[in-house]
Design a protein around this ligand. Structure first.
Ligand code: NAI
Length: 260
């Protein structure tokens, strides 16, 4: 897969998966424009500070991006220990606002990659709430919509990833006339600073999952999948959600559907 010379915007570059995605794109010869609320320690070609919960900050960041980007990797996110409405703002509404504002600056054949999660696996049971959220929510009214839909506590994280997977599928052909496509990668538990937050939220279930998985994922397991989805070789992959989780998605499906 070849991403050399591509201009790629990556959010969440200051830590964990985003930092590794940035590093691997740089190593492959891409030009990286990193975004985060914190300064990255790894080198990027351009850094733009952004707060994805703040519409004015998103608008200012978009204004600093050049007109000819080839890829957008939406990696930044908050864990389930943060308040639900903030998680919905950062993990979905800010991501959505940034994406929609950057599409006009994207070249023909561009690629958008969203880092969702195994935590979004339950989306088929929540489509009514998801449709309501997608039609009514914005960064300005997110608190009220979360209250209306009873999205509180750790549920905010799971719901943010369910909404993200569904929004990605719904937009399978939105920008097809320009060859622009959007996909998700869904990691299982990955060794980054927020892994402790997942363990705190899920308790014994997380420990048990980790035993079943053999080992937790590493950012180096996730970054190549993100890069593949930004390469021209994956042009026929559209609206997909690719699990990258040591087999956990398959395990959950087998358990839920009575497969051996
Ligand atoms: P991390 O905490 O290491 O990195 C997240 C980055 O997002 C940080 O650099 C942080 O500054 C940035 N960020 C947070 N709020 C922001 C805001 N308001 N505006 C701009 N940037 C902001 O976490 P990690 O693990 O690298 O997570 C990356 C993505 O992977 C997230 O979307 C997360 O939900 C997802 N994920 C992580 C898993 C894990 O076990 N670590 C499992 C499945 C998905």
């Amino acid at each position: 897969m070849n991403v050399s010379g591509k201009i790629i915007v990556i959010t969440g570059v200051a830590s964990g998966i985003g930092a590794e995605v940035s590093k691997q794109f740089k190593a492959a010869g891409a030009h990286v424009i990193g975004m985060d609320r914190n300064e990255p320690s790894e080198s990027v070609d351009q850094f733009i500070k952004i707060d994805l919960s703040n519409p004015a900050s998103i608008e200012a960041a978009v204004n600093s991006v050049p007109e000819d980007i080839d890829g957008l990797c939406n990696v930044a996110g908050l864990p389930p220990t943060a308040p639900a409405e903030i998680v919905m703002a950062v993990n979905f509404l800010g991501l959505q606002a940034l994406t929609e504002a950057l599409v006009p600056k994207m070249n023909q054949g561009g690629s958008i990659v969203n880092v969702a999660s195994l935590a979004g696996v339950g989306w088929p049971a929540a489509t009514e709430q998801i449709n309501t959220f997608l039609s009514d929510a914005s960064l300005d009214n997110v608190g009220g919509i979360c209250e209306q839909l009873d999205i509180v506590g750790p549920r905010g994280y799971f719901f943010s990833k369910e909404v993200l997977i569904c929004w990605t599928m719904k937009n399978r052909w939105t920008w097809r006339d320009r060859g622009i496509r959007m996909n998700c990668v869904s990691p299982g538990p990955v060794e980054t600073p927020i892994l402790a937050d997942f363990i705190a939220t899920l308790g014994e279930r997380a420990e048990e999952d980790m035993r079943i998985m053999d080992r937790p994922g590493r950012p180096t397991d996730i970054a190549p999948v993100v890069q593949f989805l930004c390469s021209d070789e994956s042009a026929w992959v559209r609206g997909a959600n690719i699990p990258c989780d040591g087999g956990m998605y398959a395990h959950v499906q087998c358990q839920m559907n009575n497969l051996a």
